[in-house]
Design a protein around this ligand. Sequence first.
Ligand code: TRP
Length: 333
Amino acid sequence: MNKPTVVSGIRPTGYLHLGNYFGAVRNFIKMQEDFNCFFFIADIHSLTTHPTPENLQAGVKQVLAEYLACGIDPEKATIFIQSDVPEVSELYAFLNMNAYLGELERTTSFKEKARKQPENVNAGLLTYPVLMAADIIIHKAHFVPVGKDQEQNLEMARKFAGRFNRMYNCELFPIPRPFTFDGKDMIKVPGLDGSGKMGKSEGNAINLYEDPKSIRKKVMRAVTDTGPTEPDSPKSEAVENLFTLMKIVSKPDVVEHFERLYNSCEIRYGDLKKQLAEDIISYTEPIRDRIIEILKDETYLAKVARQGSERARESALQTLNEVKQLIGFKSLF
Ligand code: TRP
């Protein structure tokens, strides 16, 4: 039972949308079968934006419930909340002593966040990659599933892991590698605004938690064009996107039906959108129902969080003790 270890952090902000689901989340569900997975909610990281206690609490619960509803199985993967594992913060403190201002200031995510919140350029933002490195290496991770936006942070984690090994002349930490999903595992979900990608910050997303009424409203407002004027003409990007969404959530004969109507110039986008909205609703409704059910079950949520933190702490403490030995901390009592 020596499966490679995978660590991934999830920010407790907002809701999961269809893009997240068909991108990362479904792959996490598959990974929990073949890897020793640690999935955690990065609530300490989220303090860099100063959430209120209420928002923080609600956000943590919501993402936990959403990941469980999508199929993360707490019996297969270790799912936990970052702040429940204080060993991570301890390792973060140690790693900070060998993380340099220059390299931290140069990361694009720091520069971007500093630009976005100029009134709150705190030290936590600067050392964000150090905490992230602690998250990863405390479980001696071999792989980290990362999207494009996290590549540089992972590069920093690799640097800090290697630096520690060299500094203390050891091979304590494996150098974590990016785990990228290939084409067929990574379905790119387009936006409803004619853009290529569904994203929270793009404001074009449909959440898994979205209620049917709101799904209908968003889909009916999706961008289209003036319609094909001659048979078999190419589709505009906006219309192509609607077909792509349909291929993801609808039955093949439904897609074929609308393809035919498009190619014979008989298509009415209103009908296509109505169908698409209903198919998105059928697809997401069971997940939404499960989210609601799990959110109501405080006992279950507490049990998952406790069990996860126990397992994560066991793994973290083991590494931390080795780290302390190597650094030279020796208790005098
Ligand atoms: N920085 C990641 C994000 O913004 C979240 C995260 C925190 C993370 N710690 C991590 C991801 C460790 C992977 C591994 O999405």
